[in-house]
Design a protein around this ligand. Structure first.
Ligand code: SAM
Length: 305
């Protein structure tokens, strides 16, 4: 005898019923962003149990499945065919199938396709679940050493400088860390735009996360700009994280001035800036710049340097 939760894939909605007799499940499965060891046991089990896996690029997903020893039908679901494929996936779900959605890497829907599929499935009463795992923006944020209590993920900004600056101006005043994706060849111009619009905030460039050449470079936007201008564009995949506006802390600015003025009373500009930067955790270059301004404003009153 069939158990109550047995699925009958051939069943049709009962006449007059509002919903199909069998509702499947859509599982949003996070996959590694570089290190295959980061796929969770639960994610692997879900992929194994799925009736079909919807993926962006089947060549990439096949490699992951081969690593796991899983053979499954794949359906491509990407930006260019999503409108056409969505009804087909929904139909499968309504037939009672278990559909796993993966992206090429990381968490699906995060700068990757899937949100309309989730919206439609949810609106039809189809169960949607997530198998959480790696995501480059969150990993970059937690490694950045920047405030994590409030943050805004901006995805990829516009490729052209003028449009990018407009996008940045919209968020410049937010008291939150900002996270964005950038390509290696555009890193230097992007850092230049960030520096110009947001000021010289503390920031981090996270690269090749979870991979052999993982690197997180922390510094002010100006320091990072100087570094990559000199070193040239780095290789690999990149996330930029920028700290909240320093002046957001208008108080912090006042505190900085007070600390600098005190230090400038007894030290040379360079030493004062170093001491205050170490004490406040603010970028050295920014503190030094401010120390020079204060020194200039105060003129001879502070003493020769
Ligand atoms: N859904 C993915 C996630 O959750 O991480 C993000 C997909 S988005 C299309 C791809 C971008 O994520 C890359 O261009 C890069 O900016 C960033 N990225 C992906 N993997 C990365 C890695 N291992 N290290 C640094 N950035 C990475």
């Amino acid at each position: 005898m069939a158990k109550p939760n047995d699925r009958d894939r051939s069943s049709k909605p009962a006449p007059g019923s509002l919903r199909p007799a069998q509702i499947g499940e859509l599982g949003l499965v996070a996959t590694p962003i570089g290190n295959l060891g980061d796929l969770s046991v639960r994610a692997a089990d879900y992929l194994r149990a799925a009736d079909v896996i919807a993926c962006e690029d089947s060549r990439i997903t096949i490699r992951l499945l081969q690593h796991l020893g899983i053979k499954k039908p794949l359906l491509s679901y990407h930006d260019h065919n999503a409108d056409e494929m969505r009804p087909r996936l929904i139909e499968r779900l309504q037939r009672g199938e278990k559909v796993a959605l993966v992206s090429d890497a990381g968490t699906p829907l995060i700068s990757d396709p899937g949100f309309k599929l989730v919206r439609e499935a949810a609106s039809l009463g189809i169960s949607v679940t997530a198998l959480p795992g790696p995501s480059a923006p969150i990993m970059a944020l937690i490694l950045s050493g920047l405030p994590t209590d409030r943050f805004l993920f901006l995805g990829f900004l516009a490729a052209k400088t003028a449009a990018r600056r407009v996008e940045l101006e919209e968020v410049a005043g937010l008291r939150a860390s900002l996270i964005l994706f950038e390509t290696a060849p555009r890193l230097v111009t992007a850092l230049g735009d960030l520096r110009a619009v947001l000021g010289d905030r503390p920031a981090a460039v996270a690269r090749e996360l979870t991979k052999m050449f993982e690197e997180v470079r922390r510094g002010s936007l100006q320091e990072l700009l100087d570094h990559y201008t000199e070193a040239g564009p780095p290789k690999g995949e990149i996330v930029i994280v920028i700290g909240p506006p320093l002046a957001a802390a208008a108080n912090a600015a006042v505190d900085l001035d007070a600390a600098l003025l005190k230090a400038l009373g007894v030290m040379r500009v360079k030493e004062a800036a170093e001491a205050v930067a170490a004490a406040t955790n603010l970028p050295k270059r920014q503190v030094y710049q401010r120390a020079l301004e204060l020194k200039q404003q105060a003129g001879e009153a502070i003493g020769d340097d």
